[in-house]
Design a protein around this ligand. Structure first.
Ligand code: WAQ
Ligand code: MG
Length: 245
């Protein structure tokens, strides 16, 4: 059977004169069978046009054929949750869990996280050398070409958890990946997670203050375990379908 990858991104022009620039509003991607392409495409347009971040004046939907033999099927990471009273406790808990995955990283995490806030992708941080490996540090590295296996075809609004478990499963399986830390940049979504093959997907129910527009992702990588190019290649090019429970 043939599959199709669909990718949507929507943006808006903001500012005047020299300050004029594109602001990202919404993005989504899917890998679906041929018979679902039209419905998913229309759902993506709907999602772009109704996003809380604003009214887009540019929407790009890209559709590409994908051969079944090029798709890797992965089992979703097992999910656990940690309830906390305050977002500060949640963030601390997240730093603690990631800190266990890599000695000495805990103290650096607040600063690294802060640096991800303006980025559209994730920071790729090498714990062996203490350096950032993204080819473009402003943009970051984007994990792409992934979806849930047998995912329902039309889902016009974002389900944060469903999308995150797919992304986190792909990322955790990348060569040399040690752990991921994620906080949404949606002001009204305060649940975040820490993930790795060892930890599984650990939801932390509060990780930032309600209304806060800052969020980001850090991919912790170990250059002693794999080559950075191979990790980036996997994140950006490998087609992955995630089998959820
Ligand atoms: N690859 C790499 N980084 C990305 C990607 C991607 N495909 N998509 C988003 N990011 C980065 C980007 O810098 C965003 O600012 C940041 O991650 C957050 O993205 O169990 O909604 O899409 O309920 O806002 C977690 C769900 C939801 C927790 C996370 O992230 C749960 C979320 P968002
Ligand atoms: Mg977001």
């Amino acid at each position: 059977m043939d599959y199709y990858s669909l990718k949507m991104r929507a943006s808006q022009q903001v500012g005047e004169g020299d300050q004029k620039h594109e602001q990202h509003i919404s993005g989504a991607e899917r890998i679906v069978s041929r018979d679902a392409v039209e419905a998913v495409c229309s759902a993506m347009a709907h999602r772009a046009l109704t996003h809380s971040k604003g009214d887009p004046d540019f929407i790009n939907i890209k559709i590409e054929k994908v051969c079944e033999k090029d798709i890797q099927i992965l089992k979703a990471l097992p999910v656990t949750r940690i309830d906390v009273d305050t977002w500060q406790q949640g963030l601390d808990k997240a730093f603690e869990l990631v800190g266990e995955a890599a000695a000495g990283i805990r103290e650096k995490l607040p600063e690294l996280l802060q640096a991800t806030f303006p980025m559209r992708g994730a920071m790729l941080y090498d714990i062996a050398t203490g350096t950032r490996l993204e080819p473009d540090q402003q943009r970051g590295v984007r994990a792409t070409y992934m979806d849930a296996l047998h995912s329902s075809t039309v889902d016009s609004c974002k389900n944060h958890f469903n999308e995150a478990i797919v992304l986190a499963t792909k990322v955790a399986n990348a060569p040399g990946m040690v752990a991921e830390l994620c906080i949404s940049d949606d002001p009204n979504y305060i649940t975040g997670y820490v993930a790795s093959k060892e930890l599984g997907y650990v939801r932390i129910m509060k990780m930032k203050e309600m209304g806060d527009e800052n969020g980001g992702r850090i991919f912790l990588f170990d250059s002693r375990k794999a080559k950075a190019e191979d990790c980036i290649e996997f994140l950006q090019k490998k087609k992955v379908l995630v089998e959820t429970a």
